[in-house]
Design a protein around this ligand. Structure first.
Ligand code: GLU
Length: 491
């Protein structure tokens, strides 16, 4: 049996989309499962929409997700080059082969003529297929058109290929995901395989590349199904082995429309910027269409690979639940070792002067604030009150706590006592315990006592462990903020 070879073939007309990441993952898993090769090919034939920045983004995003390729533009391989624009000299030979065998023909129609044909079909309320006007041009007719300066495009002759390889106009294939699929190829129309400027079209270049790169399985989105019929006929017409195909359902937004920027991030790099972990992203996209046999959803790519069977992928569309991704992300954040997390969070703290904290204080700050993080970027807001002399008081903390008589009395007492406290964790612990106890005797609940201190020192009604906060802020800053809250109170 031949080696399994699969590929991901993104067009660099944007940053790597999360849907492409899923397609890449399923290809990668399929390769792993079958001891095969995973290949990256950059399909940059549409020069106007291609940029190096997008190519770099595709490389970086796939690598960050752990989807390393065995062959590709940067690592090379036996069937390169792996960037389509570097393969332009390969295609004409195969166009010529199709012309010679009669499976393709020159088309001299101008854009205006084609537009008129389309208009006619629209008027007649018919689906447009090319009229085949140029299929049987004689050599003299062609010469005449050439003499007028017309350059021909090359079209693939669908009916001719269909007739040569199949008994009727129905083309059927066994899809790895969706089962048997079929189509009447008369509805496809003779499509262009080489434009009049000599450039190959997607449907043609992809066949040549897949054939020469010995791709055995093409796994991609179901939006390519109609292309697959065209491509199968080209494979046949050129005498290549036809790979197997598997089409994945689409990823839809929670409102069941196409996932787009208005729903949230769609590019892997944007998710990362927002504070999602690549481990969470890859685990999450694996579950869009695939379910683990043991029901345990949290899994690494290696664990998923052991359990992965392509014929068990759901053939229907999947809903991209941002809330579920957030839940997974918070789970993965909890698993990160402290030393690593400290570094990972730094990019989200650039607006603060980290120099205000010693390494021990910084560590402590992360220790007491990491628990509720859903996104890494949540740290920005979570630690705001650790920086600067003054603190921003949230309106709720002011009106509901600081502006009450009890809070003011508690704070005055706190300032007068804390000034003499030894500012160590252990001592703060016991002193605060006594402090709360004193107020409890006067009928004030311990949590109310602590609310007053928290509101004055952090400006919030809720937050991290108070002893840790006091310890990090130090005595001087704590007392300064408490006194300020006393002066500012509206009572
Ligand atoms: N460049 C195509 C795309 O990005 C690849 C489709 C395919 O996998 O054949 O949609």
């Amino acid at each position: 049996m031949s080696e399994t070879r699969v590929r991901i073939a993104p067009s660099p007309s944007g940053n790597l989309h999360i849907g492409t990441a899923r397609t890449a993952l399923f290809n990668y898993l399929f390769a792993k499962k079958n001891n095969g090769k995973f290949i990256l090919r950059i399909e940059d034939t549409d020069a106007d929409r291609t940029s190096q920045e997008y190519i770099d983004n595709i490389f970086d995003s796939l690598k960050a997700l752990g989807l390393n390729w065995d062959e590709g533009p940067d690592v090379g391989g036996p069937y390169g080059p792996y960037t389509q624009s570097e393969r332009f000299d390969i295609y004409p030979k195969y166009v010529q082969k199709l012309l010679d065998s009669g499976f393709a023909y020159e088309c001299f129609c101008t854009p205006e003529e084609l537009e008129a044909e389309k208009e006619e079909a629209t008027q007649a309320k018919k689906a447009y297929v090319y009229s085949k006007k140029c299929e049987n041009l004689t050599n003299e007719e062609k010469e005449k058109l050439r003499a007028q300066g017309r350059k021909p495009a090359i079209r693939f002759n669908i009916a001719k290929a269909q007739k040569a390889f199949y008994p009727s106009s129905t083309l059927e294939f066994d899809d790895l995901v969706k089962g048997k699929l079929h189509m009447d190829t008369d509805l496809l129309g003779d499509f262009v395989i080489q434009k009049s400027n000599g450039a190959p079209t997607y449907n043609f270049a992809v066949v040549i590349d897949d054939a020469l790169m010995k791709i055995t399985h093409v796994i991609r989105g179901e939006d390519h199904i109609s292309n697959t019929y065209k491509q199968i006929l080209i494979f046949k017409a050129l005498g290549f082995d036809v790979p197997e195909f598997g089409h994945l359902g689409m990823i839809l937004a929670p409102d069941r429309s196409k996932l787009s920027k208005r729903h949230g991030a769609t590019a892997v790099s944007d998710f990362v910027k927002e504070g999602y972990l690549t481990e969470a992203l890859i685990n999450f996209v694996a579950l869009l269409g695939w379910s683990p046999s043991d029901g345990e959803e949290i899994k690494t790519v290696d664990q998923i690979a052991q359990d992965f069977r392509i014929n068990e992928i759901s053939s229907s569309n999947s809903i991209f639940e941002y809330d579920k991704l957030k839940w997974m992300n918070s789970h993965y954040i909890k698993q990160i070792p402290m030393d690593k997390l400290k570094e990972m969070l730094k990019p989200y703290l650039s607006k603060y002067n980290l120099g205000e904290l010693s390494d021990a204080q910084y560590t402590k700050m992360i220790e007491i604030t990491r628990e509720p993080l859903v996104l890494l970027s949540d740290i920005t807001d979570a630690v705001e009150y650790f920086f600067g002399q003054d603190v921003r008081i949230e309106p709720e903390a002011q009106t509901e706590t600081l502006d009450t008589q009890i809070a003011q009395d508690v704070l005055k007492d706190f300032v007068s006592k804390a000034v003499d406290w030894d500012w160590t964790e252990e001592n703060l612990h016991s002193k605060l315990e006594i402090f709360r106890g004193d107020w409890k005797e006067k009928g004030v609940k311990p949590k109310v006592t602590m609310w007053a201190i928290r509101a004055a020192i952090t400006g919030r009604t809720r937050g991290a462990d108070m002893i840790g906060v006091l310890e990090i802020l130090g005595k001087e800053k704590t007392l300064y903020r408490a006194e300020k809250a006393i002066k500012k109170a509206a009572i």
